[in-house]
Ligand binder design. Structure first.
Ligand code: FAS
Ligand code: PHB
Length: 390
């Protein structure tokens, strides 16, 4: 098989790029290791920057997001038993975020690929990129016992943190940066009315908590837990009791609990791989970078990678201009590192770290006091949360 752009990974990064390029007449093939059901069973991001929402509309995949998603102009930070609101709309110059689950947007992208007869190959095993430094790279893979090959112009590594693409860049070329946090997030989904119309990020001496949502009948909650915790150690009742302890009393009193329909623990890490290009292999999304979800930057930073790659491929194929491809890694990494900083800052300010000195504890408290006493501080938070310019 021949194509122009072979995309490894059928998560939101790979699917969004495939859809955008297809609409401009650029051929793609998406190779996904898992089944579609498996990909759609993963519960991940919930908050989209306005730039990501714009990309979904440009990909002709925004209708259900507009119907079922919620525009949020702010969120709360709960601390010292009180609730302070961050007015995103006021402090970001009129922008907001779209609350719409990654699972749903991935479903929308799959349906658009099917509608336009896009080629998405599931259960692709032993995917391997080859001849990355040549102008005729190719990808091999196996479906069942049949070995296959795709010849292409470019390979996009959109295969997430555990994918094969980043590992195909020679070790002496790749520079990796990592920070592992000493805790994880225990997250649940419940078919209950959300406790708050807007998200609540709670800083508490017992640990961080987050109240989010997927719709007015589907709530998403998280609590910080030690890395040693196992999800099976947490009953629904224990989760709800602990969440209530970490929320202001008047909020906890209105929390509607119910059976959880999903429960999992995600470790928190920060990670960046440089460069994001090697020959004709381009890394995008979690294949190149990971952030703790505190700042809702994960999926949204994949969005800017895809925007840069989409524009660069367009210029290359339509105008013979490869400047965007040559500048991709540097341009993408500039925004990646800004997202890393913001996610680190939100995580450090809101979580309990074991062995924090009393001095450092005071600094974390004054971070919040300063934030809500300064319009400049809230503008900085707001412009990062709604999404820095692409
Ligand atoms: P993905 O990992 O989503 O997709 C990569 C795809 O490549 C997968 O479908 C995988 O099966 C496939 N693949 C892997 N190896 C392959 C191979 N060798 N061959 C072919 N295919 C291969 N972000 C937030 O903003 N908020 C959150 O709350 C949040 N929660 C998260 C919870 C968890 C447990 C995880 C892991 C991530 C979370 N994230 C969150 C970040 C997440 O949303 C990512 O940013 C987002 O999935 C990035 O999308 P992709 O880059 O497409 O990578
Ligand atoms: C979510 O709804 O899953 C979510 C929202 C905001 C975050 C992290 C996760 O910062």
């Amino acid at each position: 098989m021949n194509t122009q752009v072979c995309i490894i990974g059928g998560g939101p990064s790979g699917l969004l790029l495939s859809q955008l390029l297809h609409l401009k007449g650029i051929e793609t093939v998406v190779l996904e290791r898992q089944s579609r059901e498996y990909v759609l069973s993963r519960i991940r991001a919930g908050v989209l920057e306005h730039g990501f929402a714009k990309l979904m509309r440009e990909a002709q995949c925004g209708d259900r997001m507009e119907r079922e998603g919620e525009i949020h102009d702010g969120f709360f930070i709960a601390h010292e038993g009180k609730m302070d609101r961050v007015d995103l709309h006021k402090y970001s110059g009129g922008n907001s975020v779209m609350v719409y689950g990654q699972t749903e947007l991935t479903r929308d992208l799959y349906e658009a690929r099917d509608r336009m007869k896009g080629i998405v190959i599931h259960n692709a095993e032993d995917v391997a990129p080859h001849d990355l430094k040549s102008d005729k790279p190719f990808v091999t893979y196996r479906v069942g016992s049949e070995s296959k090959r795709i010849d292409c112009d470019f390979i996009i590594g959109a295969d997430g943190f555990h994918g094969v693409s980043r590992k195909s860049i020679p070790a002496h070329v790749l520079k990796e940066y990592e920070k592992v946090y000493p805790f994880g997030w225990l997250g649940v989904l419940s078919r209950t009315k959300p406790v708050s119309p807007e998200l609540i990020y709670a800083k508490h001496e017992r640990g961080f908590a987050l109240c989010s949502l997927r719709s007015q009948i589907l709530s998403r909650y998280y609590i910080q837990v030690p890395l040693s915790d196992k999800v099976e150690e947490w009953s629904d009742e224990q989760f709800w009791d602990e969440l209530k302890r970490r929320l202001p009393a008047e909020v906890a009193a209105t929390l509607i609990t119910g059976p959880t329909i999903e429960k999992s623990i995600a470790p928190l890490r920060s990670f960046v791989a440089e460069p994001m290009r090697y020959g004709n292999l381009f890394l995008a999304g979690d294949a190149a970078h990971i952030v703790p979800p505190t700042g809702a930057r994960g999926l949204n930073t994949a969005g800017s990678d895809i925007h840069y790659l989409y524009q660069a491929m367009l210029a290359h194929y339509k105008n013979g201009d490869s400047t965007g491809l040559e500048q991709y890694s540097e341009k993408a990494l500039t925004r990646v590192w800004k997202a890393q900083r913001f996610a680190w800052w939100m995580t450090t300010m809101l979580h309990n770290f074991p062995d924090t000195s009393e001095y450092d504890q005071k600094l974390k408290e004054v971070d919040l006091t300063y934030l809500f006493s300064s319009e400049a501080g809230q503008s900085s938070l707001a412009e990062n949360y709604v999404g820095l310019p692409y």
